[in-house]
Design a protein around this ligand. Sequence first.
Ligand code: PGA
Length: 251
Amino acid sequence: MRTPIIAGNWKLNMNPEQTTEFVEAVKAKLPDPSKVESLICAPAVDLDALRKAAEGSNLHIGAENCYFEDEGAFTGETSPKVLNEMGIDYVIIGHSERRGYFHETDEDINKKAKAIFANNMTPIICCGESLETREANKQEEWVVAQIKAALEGLTAEQVSSLVIAYEPIWAIGTGKTASSDQAEEMCKTIRETIKDLYNEETAENVRIQYGGSVKPANVKELMSKPDIDGGLVGGASLDPESFLALVNYQD
Ligand code: PGA
């Protein structure tokens, strides 16, 4: 059985003080982690505060990006080795904002996935098509190609343990959620792709999130779909009450 995982992606929001206040407001009200895993992915500058505030609670903590080298002359990058030393559990990679604004390629994302595993953390690999690609009805081949490239060279065991986030770009921050059927359809395609690349067991184990204007009002419907195992949530994860409503969607 796959444990659902609801993750906040704070993007470039919040400072350490706000991070601590947020965690104080939510930490006693998070669901049993065997029922729903609660995760906040925060900017690198907030991670120390996040880890300290979340200590002893059911909140998992993640970074929003990292580099694929542990150390060296890479000015401005974040080391996966140090993220692991800090006690970070997850790292988001391949978010469409990183692919778009910072020109990250499928090859970078694959290298990052390997570096994250080498440092004992779990990647959350994002994929998703633009509006133009969907209007041309090419979304499936687009997303399947992203998944194949991101997973290149990873073992079945690694793929079993990672998280994939399907985030159609046209639904991010726009208030325009994919319908639960559209989201399910793509998450199912991703699972089938993993079955073809690996095997049935790996496909059954991998957790697939939907992301793009997820909010308390639509989370239950999305989570009722058989191939949707969680949400990656931007805007609606910034407010403690809203985050609690998301992670406690089963109540
Ligand atoms: P949104 O962002 O929930 O604000 O649409 C989702 C994401 O980009 O991960």
